[in-house]
Design a binder for this molecule. Structure first.
Ligand code: BEZ
Ligand code: FE
Length: 317
């Protein structure tokens, strides 16, 4: 038997995992082990630091509930979610509008509204604005009857679900018209802090980071034959546009509020125009999964097909 040393242990682990029947699982785990070992070697990880890491991950897991997914927040604040989204965009057969984070406040349940409706139940004077644009393919061909789901904070920087259980506000689902146009009334969103009362907040503070997201409005857009688009627009004048704690904001998704846009379909209010381009769907898109996840879906049994946390049933004798 060969001697196990810091130089040989990586190969020993890879050898032991080499019979993994699922080729993708084999590839992912081998690469994860190589990088994990390289990381420990590079920083010369001490036992005290190793246990601190284990305690941190345990605290992250303990914080997770159907309403709160601290592991996704960790992934977000380390830039992993944005990286995975960017890699997903690169696999599209056409380059449409880029993806941005779904975030933890997406809910399947939202009211279906007629074009032009106000999505906020609390419109304070001076906060109202119009949100409009066109849904097209990458060649500017209008996509009629696309489902356009939007959600955002109120003018106080809070999502409806943070105001109380069961509250539904600042969100709605619209269908684009025959010209691919959508338009609605809303309130100007405000930037906000990610939840800072858990282990991820502790990490962000220890790194002297601020924890803020720039003001944004989320979109989930779908139409038959097109790749589902999860994205968001970001207000260009927000002071945190360039240092979003979860790396979702990007120059190509930044928009201005126009005080008097002659093209705005609803007159007399400031407006935001955001056009979205959908890429055609490929066969591979049907299995690549949605960008981001509703936290409540993760704790549902069989939420992730093929991945189980249950011990396998004992083999029949
Ligand atoms: C959000 O945009 O809603 C969000 C995204 C990532 C972490 C926290 C919030
Ligand atoms: Fe958000």
């Amino acid at each position: 038997m060969r001697e196990l040393t810091p130089d040989t242990i990586t190969d020993a682990v890879l050898d032991q995992m080499s019979a993994t029947p699922d080729p993708r699982l084999k590839e992912i785990m081998a690469c994860a082990v190589k990088h994990l070992h390289a990381f420990a070697r590079e920083v010369n990880l001490t036992p005290a630091e190793w246990i601190k890491g284990i305690e941190f991950m345990t605290a992250v897991g303990r914080m997770c509930t159907p309403e709160r997914q601290e592991f996704i927040l960790l992934s977000d604040t380390l830039g992993l979610s944005a990286l995975v989204n960017g890699l997903h965009d690169k696999t599209a057969i056409e380059e449409g509008t880029h993806t941005s984070l779904l975030g933890p406040f997406y809910r399947e349940v939202a009211p279906n509204l007629a074009l032009g409706s106000q999505i906020s139940k609390h419109v304070k004077p001076g906060t109202e604005c119009v949100l409009y644009g066109r849904i097209t393919d990458i060649n500017d061909k209008p996509i009629a009857n696309a489902t356009v789901s939007v959600w955002q904070t109120g003018a106080d920087g809070l999502y409806d679900v943070q105001e109380g259980p069961g509250a539904v506000d600042y969100r709605g689902v619209f269908a684009s018209d025959a010209n691919g146009a959508y338009y609605l009334r809303t309130v100007k969103p405000l930037g906000y802090s990610i939840p800072m009362d858990g282990p991820v907040g502790g990490m962000v503070r220890a790194q002297a980071r601020h924890g803020m997201r720039p003001a944004h409005i989320h979109y989930l857009v779908g139409a038959p034959g097109y790749r589902e688009l999860v994205t968001a627009l970001y207000l260009r004048d927000d002071p945190h546009l360039a240092d979003d704690v979860v790396f979702g904001s990007s120059g190509d998704l930044a928009v201005d509020i126009d005080a008097d846009d002659p093209d705005c379909p609803i007159k007399g209010l400031p407006s935001i125009r955001f056009d979205l381009k959908l890429a055609r769907e490929s066969a591979a898109d049907k299995t690549s999964g949605r960008v981001g996840s509703d936290p409540s879906a993760i704790l549902k049994p069989a939420a992730r097909e093929g991945i189980t946390t249950e011990a396998p049933a004992p083999a029949a004798s």
